[in-house]
Write a protein that binds this ligand. Structure first.
Ligand code: KIV
Ligand code: NA
Length: 266
């Protein structure tokens, strides 16, 4: 099977086929979700929270994103792979932004990058798109803006903020982005945005009217002991399975039940 391209993702909006996206940070998870037909994989900077154990995504480096992107690319052959641009890899100037986006494609092997921000990032998005690197936008709750937002809070509840989010969406589209993540905004606003732009919207905590959905893999599989937001649905509880397996191993080694001759060389 051939890998999905940004054109395939765009066509799905036109055909009103929902777009499925999950995050992955390593080879085994990428392989598992690719084999069952996920449309796109996001190598999110959420790696900082769910993999590295930081409180937020700000400490994640470009080198870390490259390492995780390469692992995901080796595991997935059908899904479109989008790599997040980490904090401070695109905010300072256009030259940095282009060089770092280019590294995620050239060294990481991703087919697209994602960056956070609306109107104020339009010039940066355009500059990256202009060198043939597909960009996915991300507006609403943008985790790299945690210190401005004063925490992880639903965005766009007040009229003025809602108008800004709609303007952000239009600016991101006009700058040439191929898709747009909408995070933690009221579902009515997400529907307005989705109707107002021709590029697919990928919602996370943005209701059912987006063109697609994205969630963090650790959250949906119950692999996160930290607080998980209202918009997360748990589809499995692998922590329990993992814990049981590890407990059994510890017990069997302690009691001399493992290894048996079946696991030993003569
Ligand atoms: O880093 C991430 O996982 C993300 C998604 C939650 C959209 O940006
Ligand atoms: Na992210």
């Amino acid at each position: 099977t051939k890998r999905n391209t940004i054109l395939d993702i765009g066509l799905m909006k036109q055909k009103q086929e929902k777009i499925t996206v999950l995050t992955a940070y390593d080879y085994p998870f990428a392989q598992l979700m690719d084999r069952v037909g996920i449309d796109a994989i996001l190598v999110g900077d959420s790696v900082g929270s769910v993999f590295s154990g930081y409180d937020n995504t700000l400490p994640v480096t470009l080198e870390e994103m490259l390492y995780h992107t390469r692992a995901v690319v080796r595991g997935a052959h059908q899904a479109l792979i989008i790599a997040d641009m980490p904090f401070m890899s695109y905010q300072v100037d256009i030259r940095d932004a282009r060089l770092n986006a280019g590294r995620l494609i050239k060294e990481g092997g991703a087919q697209a990058v994602k960056l956070e921000g609306g109107e104020h990032m339009a010039t940066t998005i355009r500059a990256i798109v202009d060198i043939d690197i597909p960009v996915c936008g991300h507006i609403g709750l943008t985790p790299q803006s945690i210190h401005r937002m004063g925490g992880f809070k639903v965005q766009g509840r007040e009229d003025e903020q809602a108008r800004q989010i709609l303007a952000d969406a239009k600016a991101v589209e006009a700058a040439g982005a191929f898709a747009l993540v909408l995070e933690a905004i009221p579902r009515e606003l997400a529907k307005m945005v989705t109707d107002a732009v021709s590029i697919p919207t990928i919602g996370i905590g943005a209701g059912a009217d987006c063109d697609g959905q994205v969630l963090v893999i650790h959250d949906i599989l119950g692999l996160c002991d930290k607080y998980s937001p209202k918009f997360v649905k748990r589809y499995a509880d692998i922590s329990t399975t993992i814990t049981a397996g590890i407990e059994e191993y510890i017990k069997e080694v302690k009691e001399g039940e493992f290894p048996t001759t079946a696991h030993s060389f003569k």
